[in-house]
Write a protein that binds this ligand. Structure first.
Ligand SMILES: C[S@@+](CC[C@H](N)C(=O)[O-])C[C@H]1O[C@@H](n2cnc3c(N)ncnc32)[C@H](O)[C@@H]1O
Length: 298
């Protein structure tokens, strides 16, 4: 998927980039770099994405400024589609302006759809995808299992899901999740869940994925140093009479790869009507597909 020529002159690009509040620090070309809240170049190696994505269709769910979408395009993907809702809808401090400017600056051919995760379907995003990125989104969702079933619905048979998430409850290897009813996690009321890696894998299986593998286990040394840094930060806050985030020592991030079964959909599809093939989660032979959700959708 080659790019077209960028259309903006350098000064104009720099001026417009400076007016935007960016989530992704990224290179827009011509020596212009955005002042993002996060630097995806730090996280990128942990995702273990293939260096060459030729022949793949990629879907980036929760793309925000689009760093990962543009990176997949740069790696030669045949087609890349970026999807977001919350950050693009202007419900918070963010907007779609960063994605749009980066798109123009890079001469990108990435297509985009404004779709809520809970409404993902092949119809809504132009089909099913060989590689699906679901990075930093899971813990923002009130209904993670139902959301993963939607993600499964847009992952092609045999396709790969790369999921990155905040994790909690690292003190146990039983599938466990912490629920943040308020602003316990980083003072952000849009953070709802802190599953541990075992729970992430269990949720993925229940949603119709196979072979979930944690590809980025934090090393013991890294976890120890992070716990030390957090303990120092908590002690400092405590000293100022503003303690927060009890239990943060048991938190981290993890990346999981999982696949959609290659044959399952094909076999079952022959028994289905056109309408039901657009919601494959309802036909997977998982426990989840016969369970009633605990919570109503938002
Ligand atoms: C922490 S950011 C991660 C952005 C990017 N994927 C990354 O890893 O750098 C979470 C993203 O999920 C999106 N998001 C949250 N809830 C969503 C929903 N219900 N539907 C679609 N996108 C959602 C937000 O708009 C935001 O872009």
């Amino acid at each position: 998927m080659s790019r077209a020529e960028p259309v903006l002159a350098r000064d104009e690009l720099a001026r417009r980039a400076a007016e935007i509040r960016w989530y992704h620090a990224m290179d827009l070309g011509q020596g212009v770099r955005t002042e993002g809240l996060t630097d995806p170049l730090v996280s990128l190696p942990r995702l273990h994405l293939a260096a060459d994505l030729r022949g793949r269709r990629v879907l980036d769910i929760g793309a925000w400024d689009g760093f990962y979408s543009f990176e997949c395009e740069r790696r030669g993907a045949d087609e890349v589609v970026a999807v977001d809702h919350f950050a693009w809808s202007g419900e918070s401090w963010s907007s779609k302006a960063g994605f749009e400017l980066a798109h123009a600056a890079l001469g990108s051919r990435v297509r985009d759809f404004e779709v809520d995760v809970m409404r993902l379907s092949p119809d809504a995003v132009g089909g099913r995808y060989d590689l699906v990125l679901f990075l930093g989104v899971l813990y923002h969702l009130r209904e993670p299992l139902a959301a993963l079933e939607r993600v499964a619905a847009v992952t092609a048979p045999g396709g790969l899901l790369v999921l990155e998430t905040h994790v909690d409850a690292l003190w146990t290897r039983r599938p466990t999740a912490r629920f943040y009813a308020g602003q316990e996690l980083k003072f952000d009321p849009t953070n709802w869940w802190g599953p541990n890696p075992e729970a992430v894998c269990a949720l993925l299986r229940a949603a119709g994925f196979t072979e979930p593998v944690v590809v980025s286990p934090d090393s013991a040394a890294y976890r120890l140093s992070r716990a030390g840094r957090r303990a120092a930060a908590h002690a400092a806050r405590w000293a100022r009479g503003r303690p927060r985030e009890p239990g943060a020592w048991a938190q981290g991030r993890c990346v999981v790869h999982a696949r959609r079964p290659a044959g399952q959909l094909t076999v079952i599809r022959s028994l289905l009507t056109e309408e039901s093939t657009s919601a494959p989660s309802s036909v997977t032979t998982t426990r989840s597909s016969i369970r009633t959700p605990k919570r109503p959708g938002r």
